[in-house]
Design a protein around this ligand. Structure first.
Ligand code: FES
Ligand code: FES
Length: 149
């Protein structure tokens, strides 16, 4: 099946009912997307499909035919959110981190703490309080807002 993966054309032969999460990790070698609950409850497996966040553990592979899938690897490693999470200690075990970051890419650049809390309400972290995560997202949002257009 053909789709676009992190900006490049991809063709993967996997059963249409396999979970997108498993296809990404096992067929495509993109292990940045993590599994937490496996039931759509924790947001750890969040990726973007045609720009919208989805839980990859709930999406059958068939559903991304001809779609554009973006995983944490697609952000390239130097995205403001990735830098802020690293520098402000937003990750502990890191299981929730890729999902948090993918969800946070959808927050507007000038997000307030309330926006961040609401935007990430579906992403659960088992390791820590959420303060470092929120600080990292706010710093990245501020950086993005200041960046020249
Ligand atoms: S692993 Fe997909 S929502 Fe928890
Ligand atoms: S850092 Fe471990 S679950 Fe969030």
């Amino acid at each position: 099946m053909r789709f676009t993966l992190n900006g490049a054309p991809a063709e993967v032969g996997a059963h249409p009912m396999r979970r997108l999460l498993d296809v990404l990790r096992e067929e495509c070698g993109l292990t940045g997307t993590k599994e937490g609950c496996g039931e759509g409850e924790c947001g750890a497996c969040t990726v973007l499909v045609d720009g919208e966040p989805v839980c990859a553990c709930l999406v059958p592979f068939a559903q991304v035919a001809d779609a554009e899938v973006t995983t944490i690897e697609g952000l390239g490693g130097d995205h403001p959110l990735q830098r802020a999470f690293a520098s402000l200690g937003g990750a502990q075990c890191g299981i929730c981190t890729p999902g948090m970051i993918m969800m946070a890419t959808k927050l507007p650049p000038n997000s307030t703490l309330d926006d961040v809390r609401a935007g990430l309400a579906g992403n659960l972290c088992r390791c820590t309080g959420y303060e470092a995560i929120y600080r990292a997202v706010l710093e990245a949002a501020a950086e993005t807002a200041e960046a020249p257009a």
